[in-house]
Ligand binder design. Sequence first.
Ligand code: GLP
Length: 237
Amino acid sequence: MEITVEKSKEELSRLIADEIISLVKTKPSCVLGLATGSSPILVYKYLIEAYKAKKVSFKHVKTFNLDEYINYKEYKDSYHYFMDHNLFDYIDLERNNIHFPNPEKPEEYDKDILKAGIDLQLLGIGADGHIGFNEPNTSFDSITNITTLTKQTIKDNARFFKSIEDVPTHAVTMGLKTILSAKEIILIATGSNKKDAISKLLKGEDISCPASILNRHSNVTLYLDNEAAKDIHQNNN
Ligand code: GLP
């Protein structure tokens, strides 16, 4: 596993955006796995800037988002909306090439993903080590499924909603096995509330830390700021 540590989220996001842009340039019809949450927002901003500066086109790119809430109150609370407003509305991605898991038939998503083959999967990480919405103790063999959010995740994600009561309790998410099918995986984590999850991830496979499944993959890079990376030296010594 590669680890890149930078001082700021801006620097990390710039590096990740550059990597995505270089992939899209060498393979214009590449397949990207995308994440929501605050971690990737700047990456998306830099992709939009590059598109506006005519440095890259997403015309032939396909995307598969990691997850979506179920029974959200308003469209504004959905990850569809989040992606539209942080990326999709501002670049030339074709609407037909955008994919989200369908809670009515989650397993179909895995078939679609295996057929398309994700070239690069972008991930954030929850404070409890979740990736997508795969909460602690999810089977490492899971495929796209419907999941119940933990109290901690509901609390952590409440900042995106009017009140904590509005946070949906369920979501549909790519499974851990689905995520691992990507050819390359990039995980971004910033801030001290992520340091325990990162430290646990690096201690080896442990189903209480879903992100630790990444130890099984041969092409993973963690992009961390100093705060998220604070405890990793202790592990590596
Ligand atoms: C949500 C998403 C995850 C994301 C996590 C961390 O739970 N389902 O994909 O990684 O939040 O979010 P943030 O980047 O806002 O800390």
